[in-house]
Design a binder for this molecule. Structure first.
Ligand code: DC
Length: 225
């Protein structure tokens, strides 16, 4: 068994809509590595807090919730990831804008971030890990051998999200999504603890106008030159 610190990690950080989730999952599948969707952990705590009717302005209650919530990841028969919160499949609820906004709010609480730190590090298992989030390269896996920071223009990110939601039959406006994305970017980038920023040693890739496969190839080339 390798020492945990010897297990390779590729961190993929960036703002919402930069394509992190899709790219990270595809790269993890190609490498045969494990995958950590750290945003899902923050979203799961937000959803669990909603179920328990907790006040988003009550940090102590939210920290308890972050410690106590049972969060599991499973693949459905088609191989699609499902997220199980306290035994209940909450995958669809997790993807809503409400869950994203709750996650962004609770993610600003330092003790919530600490409560989730060890859970995230536990995903580092052989043969390797692709970790997707905001602070994977800066805080959770600062010793990762490969770090990527994905960006895309806010307009393109809003359009991608618009398409995704429309395909799911959710009714939203492009303008509303753009406003939400800009507000979330500002909150994630300006919070006092673990703000969204590229690690000094991260390779930046602007995905504006690039297809998924092109980005996947660029990322793979960093890991397997
Ligand atoms: O990646 P996502 O949209 O699922 O993340 C939801 C929110 O969780 C995001 O607005 C900020 C927060 N988050 C975070 O603070 N740190 C992470 N590593 C991942 C997500």
């Amino acid at each position: 068994m390798p020492e945990t610190s010897e297990i390779p990690v590729l961190t993929i950080d960036g703002p919402s809509g930069s394509g992190k989730g899709t790219i990270s999952r595809a790269v993890a599948a190609r490498l045969g590595w494990h995958y950590l969707d750290s945003g899902a952990l923050y979203r799961a705590v937000g959803v669990a807090a909603g179920w328990a009717d907790l006040d988003l302005a009550d940090p102590a209650a939210l920290v308890r919730c972050a410690f106590d919530t049972d969060i599991g990841f499973r693949a459905d028969p088609a191989g699609e990831p499902r997220v199980i919160i306290n035994g209940v499949d909450a995958t669809d609820e997790l993807r809503t804008e409400t869950a994203g906004a709750a996650a962004s709010a609770i993610a600003a609480i330092p003790e919530v971030r600490s409560a989730l730190r060890d859970r995230q590090r536990a995903f580092r298992r052989a043969p390797g890990l692709v970790a997707d989030g905001r602070d994977m390269g800066t805080v959770i896996f600062p010793d990762a051998g490969h770090k990527v920071f994905l960006t895309a223009s806010a307009d393109e990110r809003a359009e991608r999200r618009y398409k995704q939601l429309k395909d799911k039959g959710v009714s939203v406006t492009l303008d509303g999504l753009l406003r939400e994305i800009l507000a979330r970017d500002a909150r994630d980038a300006h919070r006092a603890v673990a703000p969204l920023r590229p690690a000094d040693d991260a390779v930046r890739i602007d995905t504006t106008g690039l297809g998924i496969e092109a980005v996947v190839e660029r990322v793979l080339a960093l890991v397997q030159p």
